[in-house]
Design a protein. Structure first.
Length: 412
């Protein structure tokens, strides 16, 4: 299985071999032949209910099409395994990251370059997709964007007389004030290794130059050279957690923050939906992770959800019709309102007052993609960061990160 997966992800498996299976699309049971079934695999567990509702609306408008939503745990791994088995879903909702780039290289997605639907997508997010894949061709439709920001409890801030911090020093001072008041500044959930990434991503973009990965690929720098400050600041944040930083998982953190157990939550706006499920009445806000100089602060924002069609689907017309439905402004508006995201569809705006603290960054265009989107999963950044939260050895972390990066590059 590992060998097969490696072949697919390296792009050496010819598309003709993949054509043996078209994925989840098939006629519905009953043999009528009048109804087409397509599979939609998407990776966002918090969006499952929203998509269930949208699929019901689509099926009502398109009674000859059945859409079956698949949303397994660890969806990216499941998708890669299914690609290796030549069992590709008709429509896929993925993140824009190194995994998407690998699957693009393997020919998994339909080339939609020049599709008129792209005219209604924010050009910046289309360019972001090209940057991640390194290709001029387009293999999907950016659908929703997110932001990596600090979520804060407005009631606790008001109780302690805190203002939203604009600089790194003010950020640490606010955490210190919360700690001195006997409260938890940051609720960490490092049992899930990926939850180390939001804070680290924000620290990295605010302490390095935007061309870092270009220089890294050209062997003109290293993580040890450029990520020292970001790593030291990440370790500093650990001073303001709680007694079970490594024992709590992401769902635990959402509930704990919703219940007022910490003043701040170092996540991203994607967590707000789950927080409000636990406590609809919480008064929260968001602000960018601050840099040393507020004029230089950048907001980490990237494509949170990308819609693609299998290059081997037996039902390309039905798959495209479903994506066109999702891209409709009315549908896209429902998605971002329920999922507390920003839309990549032009003209669809996020009006939730909770996001006011980010409006300036979007207006200024002070946006940078997630650094981890450019780091192959095989490097294991999240696992290395998880280890860093335990050992707090900055030099060892950076050395290991460089070593793992070099290992992966040598295999490409």
């Amino acid at each position: 299985m590992k060998k097969a997966l490696s072949l697919v992800l390296s792009g050496t498996l010819a598309l003709s071999a993949l054509s043996a299976c078209a994925g989840g699309g098939e006629e519905s049971a009953g043999g009528s032949g009048d109804k087409v079934k397509i599979e939609f695999l998407q990776y966002k567990s918090e969006a499952k209910d929203t998509f269930d509702d949208l699929i019901a609306k689509f099926e009502e408008e398109n009674p000859t099409i059945d859409v079956v939503q698949t949303n397994p745990p660890d969806s990216e791994t499941v998708l890669k395994t299914r690609v290796a088995k030549r069992d590709i879903p008709d429509v896929m909702g993925t993140g824009l990251n190194a995994v998407f780039s690998e699957l693009t290289d393997a020919g998994v997605f339909q080339d939609v370059t020049g599709d008129p639907a792209l005219d209604n997508i924010q050009p910046a997010y289309v360019e972001m997709m090209k940057d991640v894949t390194g290709k001029e061709e387009v293999y999907g439709f950016p659908y929703a964007a997110n932001a990596d920001a600090v979520i804060y409890n407005k009631a606790i801030f008001e109780e302690l007389g805190l203002e939203v911090p604009k600089t790194w020093d003010e950020f640490i001072a606010a955490a210190e004030t919360v700690k001195e008041a006997g409260k938890i500044p940051f609720y960490f959930t490092f049992k899930d290794s990926w939850t180390t990434l939001p804070a680290f991503n924000a620290l990295a973009v605010n302490t390095t130059e935007e061309d870092f990965f270009k220089r890294l690929h050209a062997d003109k720098t290293s993580f040890t050279e450029d990520y020292q400050e970001a790593t030291e600041k990440f370790v500093k944040l650990l001073d303001y957690g709680h007694s079970e930083n490594s024992g709590k998982a992401y769902p635990d953190g959402n509930v704990a923050f919703a219940n007022g157990e910490s003043a701040m939550y170092l996540q991203g706006i994607w967590a707000i939906t789950e927080i409000k499920k636990a406590n609809p009445d919480i008064d929260l806000g968001v602000f960018p992770y601050p840099a040393e100089n507020p004029e230089n602060t950048k907001l980490v924002s990237g494509v949170d959800l990308l819609l693609s069609i299998s290059s081997q689907t037996e039902h390309p017309e039905e798959a495209k019709k479903f994506i066109e439905f999702l891209l409709d402004p009315e549908t896209a508006q429902q998605y971002i309102e329920e999922q507390k995201a920003f839309s990549a569809v032009q003209g669809v705006e996020q009006n939730d007052a909770a996001f006011e603290g980010l409006n300036e960054m979007f207006e200024k265009g002070a946006l940078v993609d997630f650094p981890d989107h450019y780091i192959p999963p095989a490097v294991g950044l999240d696992k290395l960061l998880q280890e860093l939260t335990q050992k707090k050895d900055v030099d060892a972390f950076l050395k290991n990160l460089d070593t793992e990066w070099e290992k992966v590059q040598s295999r490409n």
